[in-house]
Design a protein around this ligand. Structure first.
Ligand SMILES: *Cc1c(COP(=O)(O)O)cnc(C)c1O
Length: 456
């Protein structure tokens, strides 16, 4: 067998991307106030801002879109998708929403109350936001290696079972359910092992707590289990996914990830205990129970996308792309979160800009440098995103300075990755010339999206 792992598809419809000159990019970035979120997408050559809803749909999905039944109630498209989801998850109850955060909002509003506490490996930011909005404490209990970028371990997304048990003992009365995010997005797209899922489920059962999974990247997680956990080498990813779901009582999903669609989400539940409450909140917030927040055509595209997302040739290629870029960065002496996760590579900006003070936001500076050098857009996960300006004008800083390059599904080819690796290596060569920034204008919350900066 040839060793080259190829994209397991060929291109039927293309979307041109535009090269810009360095001078143009300098002007465009200045106009964007040195914030890549403010760039127009068409001025970006390789857009690795996020893998959420940005992927390419297949010919089968586009064909299914024509089959969409747009009836308000009881649409055929709902029942088609319901059957696919029941088959994959083994859960009888399916509630469609327009995206993942809506699934969270509907479920949490139905079953959480002020003063509650929810444990998770790491809450994704919308999950945390939805809980905190309801006055619920969101507690992150990932294993210690999950917070160490350079430590290589197969399942850095695992939840720390000892700390979970301590929380269950101490705070049990406040806990409506336990959560687990697969893969652990906030922690670098790192997977959770089947052993950890099983043990966490048993622990929650012992304390009489339901188990809700955040399954945005369940297929990528299942593939990691197949590749890394002994005993699963010969199990199909579909069966691994089914086993993962078998331990849970329910799940929330952003279909914009492993659903392979541009918009969509859902809740699944095993028992009907919460169902009436969930459906009445759904009607208030999203729509009638047979479409939730989606058009009939979106339900059809998702029914196909969920199955394509479990294709093992696709998943092997998918996980390999991140690993491949990791190998090239290693060769260029650029540090990153190891091992590479499922959907993204997280560059450790301190390895490129070791002498830049944190006050000049090295990860933000690196992000800007990648755009200036090669038209690549990533996202800073550092002190602009997680630091704060306090009332007295002083600043807090994040413990890590990372740049996340997240890969849309089925969109970029190997030459795009080769190009990106070359740009990153070039940026490292020229690191001495990279300028830091200061923030000149910022909103009170989520400042990275809209803040304005200037060169220091
Ligand atoms: C994207 C994401 C969500 C939220 O989903 P949206 O579709 O963006 O609303 C929730 N949890 C995780 C782990 C995610 O990656």
């Amino acid at each position: 067998m040839p060793k080259t792992l190829i994209e397991p598809f060929r291109i039927k419809s293309i979307e041109p991307i535009r090269m810009t000159t360095r001078a143009e990019r300098e002007r465009l970035l200045e106009e964007a106030r040195l914030n890549v979120f403010k760039l127009r997408a068409e001025d970006v050559l390789i857009d690795w801002l996020t893998d959420s809803g940005t992927g390419a749909m297949s010919a089968h999905q586009w064909a299914a879109i024509m089959e969409g039944d747009e009836s308000y109630a009881g649409a055929r498209s709902f029942f088609r998708l319901e059957k696919v989801i029941q088959d994959i998850t083994g859960m009888p109850h399916f509630v469609p929403t327009h995206q993942g955060r809506a699934a969270e909002k509907v479920l949490f509003t139905a079953v959480c109350k002020k003063g509650d506490l929810v444990p998770n490996n790491c809450h994704f930011d919308t999950t945390r936001g939805n809980l905190e909005y309801l006055g619920v404490e969101a507690v992150d209990l990932v294993v210690p290696e999950g917070l160490q970028p350079a430590t290589i371990a197969p399942f850095k997304g695992n939840i720390d079972l000892d700390r979970v048990e301590a929380v269950l003992q101490k705070e049990g009365a406040r806990i409506p359910f336990g959560m687990l995010t697969v893969t652990n997005n906030t922690g670098g797209g790192q997977p959770v092992s089947m052993a950890n899922i099983r043990a966490y489920a048993a622990l929650l059962r012992k304390y009489g707590k339901p188990f809700i999974m955040d399954v945005c990247r369940f297929a990528e997680n299942a593939m990691f289990i197949k590749m890394r956990e002994s005993g699963y080498e010969n199990t199909s990813v579909r069966d691994i996914a089914r086993e993962m779901f078998s331990y849970a009582d329910g799940a929330t999903m952003s279909a914009k990830k492993d659903g392979m669609v541009n918009i969509g989400g859902f809740i699944v539940l095993r028992s009907d205990e919460w169902l009436d409450e969930v459906r009445s909140d759904l009607i208030m917030m999203e729509g009638f129970p047979t479409y939730g927040g989606m058009a009939g055509r979106d339900l059809e595209a998702l029914a196909v996308g969920l199955q394509e997302g479990l294709d093992e040739d696709y998943l092997r290629y998918r996980l390999r792309t991140a690993e491949y870029l990791g190998e090239k960065l290693e060769a260029a002496g650029v540090g990153f979160v190891k091992p590479t996760g499922g959907h993204a590579v997280y560059i450790d900006a301190r390895t490129v800009l070791p002498d830049m003070p944190v006050q000049h936001y090295p990860a933000w500076a690196l992000c800007n440098a990648l755009y200036l050098e090669g038209g690549i857009r990533g996202v800073e996960i550092g002190s602009v995103m997680f630091g704060k300006r306090l009332g007295d004008g002083t600043e807090t800083y994040h413990s890590m300075e990372l740049v996340r390059l997240a890969f849309p599904r089925r969109m970029y080819t190997q030459s795009h990755f080769d190009y990106a690796a070359e740009v990153i290596a070039e940026v490292k060569q020229k690191a001495a010339g990279i300028r830091g920034v200061k923030i000149t204008k910022q909103p009170r919350f989520l400042r990275h999206f809209t803040c304005e900066c200037a060169w220091v």
